[in-house]
Design a protein around this ligand. Sequence first.
Ligand SMILES: [Fe+2]
Length: 326
Amino acid sequence: MDLKSFEPISCTQIPRDENGICTADLYVFLPTPKKFIVFVSKGQRFSHTHRLTMEKHIVPALFVRAAGAPVLETGSAEMDNVYQVLGQGTTQTLSNIFKMLTAQGGTNSKEALVKLKKLADDIISVVAPDIEDIKAKMLQNAQYLWVMNDAAALTTLTIMFAAANEVISSQPLHDLAAACLVMDLPLVKMSQEHVLAYLTDPNTLPEEIRKEYENHPLHAYQLVKSQLKNFSDATCQLVMNHHELNNGTGFPRMLRTGGSFALLKVFAAAVNTFDILKRAQHLGTPITLQAALLHLSEPKAEAHNRRHNKDIIDKVLAYMAPTRVA
Ligand SMILES: [Fe+2]
């Protein structure tokens, strides 16, 4: 995209109608792929959460397309490359993939597999395009977690955690991205309200809803095993155990992850960190990535009572220092 096609605006200049609905797409600039991505779509409200996100998490620069600049059609190559991968387009694609996989007879699983692999490659090409120089890109991209959809944000975070803990090479990169895409597919069936309620306080939910949430890793694993047979064993294990913890208080099996392979321990730490960030965001009290990590570092806890191995968390903090990442 041409830089001249966009012009910066402040939060007080957002084009809105009398009901507060945006009358144009609002963009932010993602420096690593040098692309603008849609932050709020035309027709959506610029909400209090959007404003908090701008203030707390990302470089506070909003853009609109300049007068006279050509309007990009959804589905164009440029849109597909970034908007669809990082934006809400992926959420829709994942929902469609889930429907394909759970359709009677599962006859569409081959097509779903192709779509998932392409999506994983596309996300990697945007968030971690060059593994040789991964640190600088990861640190930059981590500032933009909040403009990405959950799968892309989680992929970014997990790759950064893996790089900080030296368990990254080409194959784990793909295993992580694939796991991020499929591990929460069963949540498509649940209401967003229930998912957010679980994050903030699971005890407010009826038992059956809580159980449904806590079994989503198992259901995702079963889906992968039965339909997506080309996924690696490592990916299957990451999917099944992504909410398990070092102290055995995770779910669905309350497995103590201490004896698991290194990539899983790193992955579970990244997923848990993301949940902490999302919870704070949802409660209207967003915190920085460092604050979430310091919370997880639990210096006073006994080693076996920590949710994660302290070394893993400390290595991510050291990897990020002295950069301040929102
Ligand atoms: Fe999950």
